[in-house]
Design a protein around this ligand. Sequence first.
Ligand code: CTP
Length: 401
Amino acid sequence: MSDLAGKKVLLGVCGGISAYKVAELARLLVKAGADVKVMMTESGQKFVTPLTFRTLTGNPVATTLWSDPGSPFPHISMSDEADLIVVAPATANIIAKMAGGVADDLLSTTLLAVKSPVLVAPAMNTRMYLHPATRDNMRTLRQRGVVFVEPGDGSLACGDDGLGRMAEPSQIFEAVTRELERSRALEGRTVVITAGPTREHLDPVRFISNPSTGKMGHTLADRAAKRAADVVLISGPTELDCPAGVTLVRVVSADDMSKAVKENLPGADVLVMAAAVADFKPAAVSPTKIKKTDGIPEIDFVPAEDILKSVSKSRGNCLLVGFAAETDNVILNAKAKLVAKKLDLIVANQVDSPGTGFGTDTDLAAVIASESDDVRLSMISKVELADWILDRISDLLSVSR
Ligand code: CTP
């Protein structure tokens, strides 16, 4: 049995017959040492009484926004203190409310004020689970970092047989343990992440760049900060806001990015180069606007510094993670870069197909640690890819500790 001593878990119980199984989940969590607080929707209380959870957890059960004697803002105080929020059983309704940002009762309002990771265990009729609205809502939530414990196949309370049966309490318990471990996995670690494109100016008003939007690097920074890392995000020009708890260094050119990386590398445990850095830059930058009347300019290019390659010599114990944005022979090309740049990990990413590459929410990608890795590309959300990369980084750091 894992040790959850000191962990605060908020359990949101909605209206579904499997609410009775969540009593067993509460028991498992309490037995593992977690401080469990329960919040029930009105429908949830029709299946199991608050007294059941009050008795199992030793804590009062929250049921309303309006008359909590302990706090005038129970949705804020309870979301503030939770290390993890678990919604089980999660009905199609709460999933839709979460996706749409609806806050019309205590649980949905708390989920809108959330700071901690959120784990959702859906339970519903198969047709409701497979309805495009539910699929879309779940996709939206996954992209925001919500983790699902997928329901199983079997006989449902309504008499149907199929997908939609809530995962067993022991499976949800395992997922809780994994998420709580993840949330502290990079504590005390400094992670430097680059993101976005670089701009190589020809003159003050013109530049050469690429279509990178910075989504991957920003997502990685957000997910690393959620694992308690100290994160420095070195970003080329993007439209994105800096994720909460992350130190942002804005840069423009490959030279600026190189300087910022070198300044932040000493003391860093990991450098993740997710940026699409220029390979070439103009040999000279005109200090004034190049005029059309002077004719078509001849521009000489020189190589931009390969940042990863140059820092790999002075890396010390810092793990180096690169990205390989490729249009063909994706895995093969990525493996060649892993070796040439002396990296610990490389993320191979197909960039020329629908739903993958620059500006998308999903990627066709693989994470590779060695030339002999037998890997295949899979289509996953950028959030899931970020978590996958950070899981691999955490494993490597725990070996080298
Ligand atoms: N990279 C870098 N400095 C550069 C160019 C790339 O540090 N001047 C890093 C990228 O951030 C990425 C990795 O190197 O992590 C691979 O980048 P990619 O553009 O895929 O490959 P290149 O090495 O530039 O080679 P090519 O463009 O020929 O595929």
